[in-house]
Design a protein. Structure first.
Length: 235
């Protein structure tokens, strides 16, 4: 019997966070519940009772439904903390590592996602849905994100990974958003900064990442091909 249910779709880059945790831990004893976003299966009353924002991913375990990708990823990393890599530093044995870990998590949620998210929407998701990009939002978010990435590049000049010398959940949380920036034409934000580029080459070269991101890349390639055939819009 599967230990939990995981609702996901290759269309959701946020789902990559918990998916990558599971891949790193080698966990396969769970049920994948495909979510069909185009038909609105994530907006049904039954689904929204469990995920009230009507979004994936969604984790069902122990009579509780957990939504939000970062929360799910941390729950899973903690649940399987006895399996290497640990992904979450132990405060007792490594207080400095734990502090850097919490700091890196905060940087991703407060300094990257609020600006990368709108860029991804206005340059990729919105146009695919037939919406006109807001160039003012794009310019503002690009400027903010570039400034913050300069700081992150400086942080990575001091240590190998986002939270020190070990690959952790902090690195995982950054990866899906950075990956999609290459699809918006903003990959140079990563590759033009030496320390960030070095970090990205390292983490994106992990076999677990390549395997996890492959279904999404195939899906996005199909969508982009369809958009090219339909004047920049999905059918």
């Amino acid at each position: 019997m599967a230990s939990f249910k995981f609702h996901t779709t290759p269309l959701s880059f946020n789902s990559l966070r918990p998916e990558l945790v599971l891949a790193e831990k080698g966990i396969t004893d769970f049920e994948v519940v495909p979510t069909d976003l185009p038909t609105g299966s994530h907006k049904t009353p039954e689904f929204m009772e469990k995920s009230p924002f009507g979004q994936v991913p969604l984790l069902e375990q122990d009579d509780i439904a957990i939504f939000e990708s970062r929360a799910i990823a941390r729950v899973l990393a903690t649940k399987y903390s006895n399996i290497q890599p640990s992904l979450i530093p132990d405060y007792v044995s490594d207080p400095k590592g734990f502090a850097l870990f919490e700091q890196a998590l905060s940087i991703e949620t407060m300094k990257v996602d609020p600006y990368a998210g709108p860029l991804i929407y206005h340059k990729l998701i919105g146009p695919a849905m037939g919406n006109t990009p807001d160039e003012v939002v794009i310019a503002r978010c690009s400027a903010k994100l570039n400034a913050h990435l300069n700081v992150i590049d400086g942080i990575l000049a001091k240590h190998k990974y986002m939270a020190g010398g070990a690959y952790t959940l902090a690195d995982i949380n950054f990866m899906p958003t950075f990956h999609v920036l290459f699809s918006t034409g903003d990959g140079d934000m990563i590759t033009s900064r030496p320390n960030l580029a070095r970090w990205w080459a390292d983490v994106s070269g992990r076999e677990t990442w390549k395997k996890t991101v492959a279904p999404m890349d195939r899906m996005y390639a199909q969508i982009q091909a369809q958009m090219s055939e339909n004047g920049g819009k999905m059918q």
